[in-house]
Design a protein around this ligand. Sequence first.
Ligand code: G3P
Ligand code: CA
Length: 248
Amino acid sequence: MMSKTKIIGHRGAKGHYPENTMLGFTKAVEMGADGIEFDVHMSNDKKLVVMHDESLDRTTTDRGIIKDWKIFDLKKVKTGIKFRNMSKYNHTWHRERVPELFEVLALFAKENTVLNVELKTDVYEYEGIEREVHHTVATRGMLDRVVFSSFNLATLDRLKKHDPNVRIAYLVNELPEDYEQMMEAHDFEAYHLRVDSALENMEALKKNGIFFRIWTVNEREHMEQFIDAGVRAIITDYPDLALGLRDS
Ligand code: G3P
Ligand code: CA
């Protein structure tokens, strides 16, 4: 029997809660999401920082570039306040701080949640990030729960070289023509494919749905299409909506 499409909360539950925060991750899993997706960068003192942008400017109370900051200072930055226009906002969001990777892992150590760790190496390479991320996950015995993804193929190849057993997923805006050969050559577990390209490649999805997690799927109609096509997962800002459709 085909297994159910998994529902993965994008940056937590980005449609309802501040992105890439412990609050957002907790809420996504409370909603029933099968997993969460989040982004990792490296600070100046080589700590693994969970945030989407390279810069602090959009989502935090400070300004600057993550790679120039020490973790001690990054921890003073607030990550909930900028989202005070969201309907679920309340004053406790002021407590949100930049999570480190180990904190997110600890939060879900006792759950079955799938963790999609995106290594954000497409602007800065963050030398050594692959080994650091791998070490942090491996020492907590959580490698079997984690899928590593990246837009940077060299990052994925480095991870795989370091540990051939890790699950890697290639993040792409467009489906490569030779996607099946590439998959074999690099030993991808899956493609993480952008929603518009996925819609243009529904036949490939129907044939090989198991190879694909689709991002970022926020429209009800698209959720239904991908669930029907049997894709492995959809990554969405609204896990509650997707779960309702999948389980109805
Ligand atoms: O992992 C899927 C998606 O998160 C990739 O795009 O920009 O939201 O990190 P972005
Ligand atoms: Ca991401």
